[in-house]
Design a protein around this ligand. Structure first.
Ligand code: IPD
Length: 305
């Protein structure tokens, strides 16, 4: 099986690089008539371009011809109404452009995401940002790499700043997503508020203190998770992104020693890949308490909600 995963990873890597070239070329022409931009279901916060569709079609065609017995789930075919279920069969889960809004604006955090699941678990993943030429790859049991040679996580002070383990020493990455309904946005804003402005009784000198060091938002869930895999941020949390945004990223994160758990409430246990609620914590994060215990990760969610 390991040999199979190796072949799948090599295939997915060169496919992602080929797609990266197409995305770069298309980006130069992003304001031209040939690269049309559409709103999904009339939602101006949820965009799709001609390039998303072309790239997904290319990936799907190449996977079908190389691995005809494998299944395929893609963001754009799903948006077009295609139904699917995740089975135990090998299944490629693909986002041709994660960060479509960034792509439309030329903000250089855009990624091709190609993930493979087996028995419903991610086993191979490629996340490629062609604008920054950052290629993240992993297959199960073999570690995670940046641009082939750099093993993840990158070596950085661990925990940073020599401070005691605590959520208050963390850099958090989160997204507001495309669902802007007042109830969803209200919850997210409240959660961000809880993190950046310390709740409860604080002394006068600490009145302006935040709960966490800071909050970041790249506009691509997969690239957000890559920051956690690299060890450059401590935690990613998003409710509302999709399996194609995270499947490739999950195996890269795990192979880099990080954890991905359900992002909604303390009692839900391991992540459900189709669950649309994700919380990632980097290897050795100061917010992890005893670092590897899933329980301590879940404690964090309780602190946030
Ligand atoms: C979106 C991005 C965004 C996240 C959304 C995703 P897309 O993916 O990852 O950061 O907040 O939830 O749907 O639409 O650009 O592929």
């Amino acid at each position: 099986l390991n040999k199979d995963y190796e072949e799948c990873l090599e295939f997915a890597t060169s496919l992602a690089q080929e797609c990266g070239q197409i995305i770069l070329e298309a980006s130069k022409a992003r304001y031209s008539k040939t690269n049309k931009i559409y709103e999904k279901s009339g939602n101006p916060s949820d965009l799709v371009t001609e390039t998303d569709r072309i790239v997904e079609e290319l990936i799907k065609t190449k996977i079908n011809s190389k691995f005809p017995e494998h299944r395929f789930i893609g963001e754009e075919m799903t948006a077009a109404g295609h139904q699917y279920e995740l089975t135990n069969d090998p299944t490629w889960i693909v986002d041709p452009i994660d960060g479509t809004t960034n792509f439309v604006h030329g903000f250089p955090f855009v990624a091709v995401c190609i993930g493979l699941t087996f028995n419903k678990e991610p086993v191979v993943g490629v996340v490629f940002n062609p604008f920054l030429n950052q290629l993240f790859t992993a297959r199960k049991g073999n570690g995670a790499y940046l641009n082939f040679n750099t093993k993840l996580p990158l070596s950085s002070p661990n925990p940073p700043l020599n401070l005691p383990p605590s959520l208050s020493q963390c850099l958090i990455v989160t997204e507001f997503g495309s669902d802007r309904s007042p109830s969803t946005i209200g919850k997210k804003v409240q959660s961000v508020h809880n993190m950046i402005s310390k709740p409860g009784n604080v002394t006068w000198s600490k009145k302006n203190a935040g709960l966490v060091h800071g909050i970041r938002n790249l506009g691509s869930a997969a690239l957000d998770i890559m920051q956690i895999a690299k060890g450059e941020a401590d935690m990613f949390w998003e409710i509302g992104c999709w399996e194609w945004d995270v499947t490739a990223a999950i195996i890269i994160l795990r192979e880099a020693g990080g954890l991905m758990v359900n992002g909604n409430g303390p009692n839900e246990g391991p992540v459900d890949i189709l669950g649309r609620k994700y919380l990632a914590v980097r290897a050795g994060s100061p917010c992890a308490g005893d670092e590897t215990s899933e329980q301590s990760q879940l404690r964090l969610v309780r602190e946030l909600w």
